[in-house]
Design a protein. Sequence first.
Length: 763
Amino acid sequence: MKSISRELNNNLWAKSTGESIAEHTNKVISILSQLKKRSPYLSTLSNAPQLWYWAFWSCLLHDIGKAAGSFQSYLRGNQTHWHHRHEIFSLAFMNIFDFDKEDIPWISAGIASHHKDAKEIIEGRYSLLAEPEDLALDELKEEVNEETVNDLILWLEKTAKEWLKYKKLNEVDIPLKRSKIDISDFIFRIPETVSFTLREYNKLVGEIEREPYTSLKNISSIFLRGLIVKADHIASANISVVETIEFPDEKKLAATIGIKKNDLRTYQRIAGSTTGSIILSAPTGSGKTEAGLLWAHKQQQNTKVKHHLIYILPYQASLDAMYKRIKEIIGCEVALIHGRSLQSIFRELMDAGYTKRESEILARRSNDLARLYQPPVWCTTPYQLLRAAYRLPGYEALWTSLAGALIVIDEIHAYEPSRLGMFIALLSELRERWSVTLCLMTATMPSWLRKILTSIADIELPVDESVFKTFQRHKITIIEGNILDPEIHQLIKEEISSGKTVLVGVNTVKTAQRVSEALKKIIDDKIVLIHGRFTARDRLNKESLILDKIKISIKEFSPIVVIATQVIEVSLNLDFDTIITEPAPLEALIQRFGRVNRQGKKGTVSVRILTQSIDDEKVYDQDLVSKSVDILKRNNNSIINELMIGKWLNDVYSGIENKFADSVLWHKEEFKKSCLYTLKAFNSNPELAKKFDELFDNTEVLPKSLSEEYKRLYEQSVIEAKSLLVPISWKQFLRNKKFIYYNHKWSLWIIDKPYNCETGLEI
């Protein structure tokens, strides 16, 4: 056996770094066994008792084709004539073992699909319609000699026995059976074996295509490919542990956040004692996050499985804050997954005192872990989950990672109807067929939305009226006029002069820029403008500045005016003294108010709402805005009783609720037809991927004025250079196309429009 190990370890590489096939394969199987520990229910969920057995053999054999002489030469940097795929050569080694007939298609599929989609293999390079000589499979016989094959057979048999015995990857207890083929015959039959296993793979793909997406064969196939891709990628990233975590109970959570167990709120305790999918309503700032964690603990207790947790928020900066908070509370690795997460983590590490080089290495590794879905907790947006339904590359790994998860959706009401419909369709699918449990959280929502959400929950927790009563912290003050009126600017100046922190809520970037320009003439240096068209670097700098001045933990605030388009994007932990805001739908206004006197420790403070807005027709439904203003006018000078907000919302939607409910339900059904009903394993969908980009993906541009700085930073740190990019929507991109050109060296778009760190990109 020593000679076998030496042969495999020294001569047969899996990676150009010199890592051997034996080393890499053992890592992959180790990760697979840990994935089974985290998600033991996958075989039950797919009604495939052999799932882990298929996955084991697929992982054991997936890279054995790299033993080909030409591939070994290629890994060592030599020029070769190798023009086959290693996973196809790996199929030949299935002939070593006498697999049961029904297992062969699955193991063939697991091996052949671990890099490329089925269409690229069995309809492309290895088309089953091609003449055998055109596929040049006979060449594969020249790639190994009898000595190498003998060593590989002995190693494979020994390794299979050890893993199947100790790692419990053979739940169905299928005995290990060697085929009776001799080595010379094995080599002679390589083309025949490859052709046969490809046909078996093709047969499985065809059966899946003919069956509905709900078929257990399709679900099993998604899990099989997902497990192998995850195990291979995690092992290739030199990660040896798939972490699991036990979420804190009441005692541990209370101690962690610095309160007594008895000080936990009643609704938090109810959440922590309820099993199943729930709807939870509580005021902003009252501890919904803690309630969600206690709920997660209860689900783990109930199933005796350490399920992973996915925490969803609508905005990136809120996610950044939640990512830090959950790490502090739980003390485990947390995945941050959104469009700018790499830059966010890089900045966090730089702020912690790491060097630029260290920060880049650690940020990339953290980002890689997140994208491999390795950590036991994720903080992400709904759009990252929707990638699975749009069948973007790697979608099977994402579906596999979602199965059995605990998903907390905070601010469930914060999405416009079309996207909310898609998201609800996905959540419904996950709950019905993928064993996902949901915790839907909100401060408030209208009855029409509550009715829709009850269809994807087991129970709606009773509202804790005592909490809402203690959160009577805001007094409505209606002001006639708009945000550009000089009288409003004078009011803001007076508030600043009295030492207050003031939030100015506006509806568009252009309006925010105009207000900032006007206020600077009378207030000078106490203004921070923040919106979505800043570079990541400037955005993070502004967030840090704001947090330093007015986060909850600070006892004495510095006077400051923050002009923001989406205040809830800034942070979860802001606590302004007052707000002056443009009119908006009531839900949006309540969110803005929630960043003022957050914990009610300042008594009752005025929240001022203007009656007119500037150019926001494309941002909000004007019926909602006008009806919201009418409700607030009727309650002018009243203290907001947060228990009444639900009634106010129903009044706002009265007569138009069907328009919104019907839109949500229509988009829900359309999403099911276009994405869910067409979900099949082994083939990503370029058309759906294009649709996803159009619907959800902003693009990023580099302001031309920052080109020289980008060039300098690019040579030092690509991540830091990328922090100079500005996100814009696809519509904004098309509208400004004549000012945009492509830089091929940097692979990015450059926009010739004014930009500075104070006002952002002007388009």
